[in-house]
Design a protein. Structure first.
Length: 120
């Protein structure tokens, strides 16, 4: 079915419609690519995941190259520290905003003190 308004036997009109459809498809692809590039949250998450992976690999290599007694000590310490770290994280979770606010305040004080030292 063709739209009577656009019905035409003119091949140049059909070519123009095809070109418009192609341009729209390319534009949609470009918008999708730009949207992916501008997704800062996803880029940050990707970088964090990469950093975690590198740290885990480095730690594993260091552990493997350590002498046997050191490896046993690391395993024992990890076994003891894991549950403690989890407990601390669970207890701190409700106070996350306060903790972050306190860290920001400390950072602000340090910046102010450093500027005053530079001026004095």
């Amino acid at each position: 079915m063709t739209d009577p308004k656009h019905a035409s036997d003119d091949p140049s009109a059909d070519a123009l419609r095809d070109e418009i459809a192609q341009t729209r498809a390319e534009l949609a692809d470009t918008v999708d690519q730009l949207s992916d590039k501008l997704d800062v949250k996803q880029h940050a998450a990707d970088k964090v995941a990469d950093a975690k992976q590198k740290v885990a690999e480095t730690a594993q290599k260091a552990k493997q190259s350590a002498p046997e007694p050191v490896q046993r000590a690391l395993e024992a310490a990890g076994a003891k520290a894991g549950p403690v770290a989890h407990d601390v994280a669970v207890k701190a979770a409700p106070h996350r905003g306060k903790i972050i606010g306190g860290l920001v305040a400390v950072a602000a004080v340090l910046v102010i003190m450093r500027r005053r030292r530079g001026d004095g």
